[in-house]
Design a protein around this ligand. Structure first.
Ligand code: KG4
Ligand code: ZN
Length: 345
């Protein structure tokens, strides 16, 4: 089985071809970073225009690299939510047009489901050992610029959301703090770089606890505390201690993520904790989570942690295997939740 996957939910135009075992036959990503950088964030209007300009070339390139034609694919999978509506629409309408013209099945895919199943992707000749069907139950920590969720998966396509953020996502929090400090966009990598030389115990930012002891996250209070703290510092002091301030803030974000994830792992005893999304690149988070006794922690390769078409194609393959197809009147849904895509039987 060969599935074409199309992903345009945010600012990357991504197309890939994947087989039913999770083997990636091609993966093409056209980044829009240079178009958004000067605005210190993603401009939705620019994102959808860039998707329109590049999507056909990305599809052609993904098919070419996989050595196949559209007539050779078994299905066309596309992200239909959650995400920016204008961006989603470009992928969805392209996929619908291709499915109609080629007569191939269309499969609508949830972007968050894609991030989780990225843990099962592999490349020919590469040593990484992705998850397999024997690894269920899996606990997934999705941490990206737009999402922070803990999801429990006990079998294929069955998702239980344990907790999500009540406000900002983890990556968004790092991006906003970096923006306030004038460090540029995206904020996560620059915070990691500057914070590496700092003392994370320099300042104790407030930690959020919810009375019922659930697995929800909240970052907006931390973001405000970070900005207020920076405002309160004399400029010379901020300059002298920038790495310490940044390390302390980064460490507070990491503690919130790791604390919830490890508590869920202790209570639910999954076989694996997989950490996906752009923030999974963070070295402090990786160090904090690694070495937990009795729990395998998996970080997919970075190219599959950030948005990509391969993760969408693989969800498409799993859904096609169960005969779950989507009708051609598929519509984009910007607020789609992962539980909306959970298959109950
Ligand atoms: O998954 P992603 O590429 O895009 C979506 O949001 O879907 O994630 C981007 C986020 C940004 O917020 C960025 O600041 C963060 O991932 N990020 C990092 C690191 N690299 C990227 N955060 C912390 N440490 C990093 N090394
Ligand atoms: Zn994403």
């Amino acid at each position: 089985m060969r599935i074409l996957g199309i992903e345009t939910s945010c600012d990357d135009t991504a197309v890939a071809v994947v087989d039913e075992s999770g083997l990636v036959l091609s993966s093409v990503i056209s980044s829009q970073d240079t178009f958004h950088r000067k605005y210190d964030g993603i401009v939705p209007e620019i994102a959808s225009r860039r998707h329109t300009a590049t999507i056909i070339a990305c599809v052609d390139e993904a098919l070419l690299q996989a050595g196949i034609r559209i007539r050779d694919v078994d299905g066309i999978a596309v992200t239909y939510g959650p995400g920016l509506i204008g961006s989603l629409l470009v992928g969805v309408e392209t996929a619908k047009g291709m499915a109609l013209a080629s007569g191939k099945p269309l499969i609508g895919v949830n972007h968050l489901e894609g991030h989780i199943l990225a843990s099962f992707l592999r490349d020919a000749g590469e040593e990484n050992t992705p998850l397999t069907a024997t690894d269920f139950p899996v606990l997934a920590l999705i941490v990206s610029g737009g999402h922070t969720e803990l999801v429990y998966i006990d079998r294929w396509l069955h998702y239980e959301v344990l907790g999500a953020t009540r406000d900002d996502a983890a990556g968004e929090t790092l991006d906003k703090f970096a923006k306030y400090l004038g460090l540029g966009y995206p904020g996560g990598p620059v915070i990691q770089r500057i914070g590496a030389a700092g003392d994370p115990s320099f300042h104790a930012f407030p930690r959020v606890t919810f009375s019922k002891g659930g697995y929800e996250f909240s970052f907006s209070g931390l973001k405000t505390a970070g900005i207020n703290y920076v405002k309160s510092l004399p400029p010379a002091e901020l300059e002298a201690h920038l790495p310490d301030v940044v390390a302390s803030f980064e460490s507070a974000v990491v503690e919130e993520l790791a604390g919830r994830a490890l508590r869920a792992a202790r209570n639910l005893s999954p076989r694996v904790l997989t950490v996906v999304g752009g923030v999974a690149a963070n070295k402090r988070l990786r160090a904090r989570l690694s070495g937990w006794p009795g729990l395998r922690i998996y970080f997919p390769p970075m190219r599959y942690c950030t948005d990509n078409g391969a993760m969408i194609a693989y969800v498409g393959a799993r859904r096609l295997m169960t005969g779950r197809l989507t009708s051609l009147d598929l519509d984009a849904c910007s607020s789609l939740g992962i539980e909306d895509s959970s298959v109950e039987s």
